[in-house]
Design a protein around this ligand. Structure first.
Ligand code: AMP
Length: 283
């Protein structure tokens, strides 16, 4: 596996592969890999001749009070894991090379970024859309794989890719979970044993919504109340949002149907914010 740090070298590698007729699959990440990241890499390998993974903890998607400096990092471990799953290139640029001081351009996706994490984290999705645009321009992939765990991010990237005619196929990968249901996340590493038990409130709440819906409950008001009571019954949980949204528009709904996704963001303890989501009807 090749490790590339310079954007220009990355582009040269990709152009070379494309000239040889090889397709390029791309998985953008912020590192500290877990099985979720590896599953995305394997999916890219199934669908493209060559796979590039980027590892970049993107400063522009973190707010001033968020965990940028504390974000977990382990380059050696990550590169070994990527090598082991057969990734061709690990692209790990420096922040100064991604954002030279003279940069003036950002990418903003309207409407889809107004609610959910967009409301909680102002500027977050402009940071995401901008860095993904830059990474697409540098890596020039044919396809890119993103996790459904970041449901809103996936919708924003799909919209941006279409709106700006980027010509990259966007593939969504289902959420990869621990055996007990917790959605895998680099941030899970912050959780001690009691907090980890509280973190199960997210997947448990989604399961509860599914059960109630199958039993016939359609009212978002009542489902919301049940979810709120369930999550707050766990110690040290603070709800950022519980939203029932349409899978495409991301607009809130008042009654649930087959296109409804329940999306959650919950603070566990005072420094870990976790997200999770799932279709209300899962079959
Ligand atoms: P991150 O490094 O957290 O920015 O994540 C990089 C990519 O991995 C994003 O597309 C995430 O949606 C995806 N991802 C992270 N955790 C999971 C998971 N548990 N299941 C599926 N995809 C995931």
């Amino acid at each position: 596996m090749k490790i590339i740090r310079q954007p220009a070298e990355m582009t040269a590698w990709s152009k070379h592969r494309s000239r040889e007729g090889q397709s390029i699959g791309f998985v953008p990440t912020m590192g500290f890999f877990h099985e979720g990241h590896l599953a995305l890499m394997r999916m890219a390998e199934q669908q493209a001749d060559r796979v590039v993974v980027s590892l970049f903890v993107n400063p522009s998607q973190f707010g001033p009070n968020e965990d940028l400096s504390a974000y977990p990092r382990d380059f050696e471990r990550d590169s070994q894991m990527a090598r082991d799953v057969g990734v061709d290139v690990l692209f790990a640029p420096e922040s100064g090379d991604m954002y030279p001081p003279e940069s003036k351009t950002t990418v903003t996706v309207a409407d889809l970024t107004d609610n959910l994490c967009g409301a909680d984290r102002p500027g977050h999705f402009t940071g995401v859309a901008t860095v993904v645009s830059k990474l697409f321009n540098i890596v020039r992939p044919d396809l890119a794989v993103f996790g459904q765990k970041d449901f809103q991010q996936l919708a924003v990237i799909r919209r941006m890719t279409r709106d700006l005619n980027m010509g990259v196929d966007i593939i969504g990968h289902p959420i990869v979970r621990e055996k007990d249901g917790l959605a895998m996340s680099s941030r899970n590493t912050y959780l001690d044993a009691p907090l980890r038990r509280s973190a199960l409130s997210l997947s448990g709440a989604i399961q509860q919504v599914c059960t109630l819906a199958v039993e016939g409950e359609r009212s978002v008001q009542r489902l919301n109340a049940a979810v709120e009571a369930f999550i707050t019954s766990f110690p040290e949980t603070g709800i950022d949002y519980i939203s029932f949204i349409n899978k495409d528009s991301l607009q809130q709904v008042t009654t649930v149907d087959r296109d409804t996704v329940v999306a959650l963001a919950v603070k566990i303890g005072n420094r870990v914010r976790l997200i999770d989501n799932g279709f209300v009807f899962q079959d």
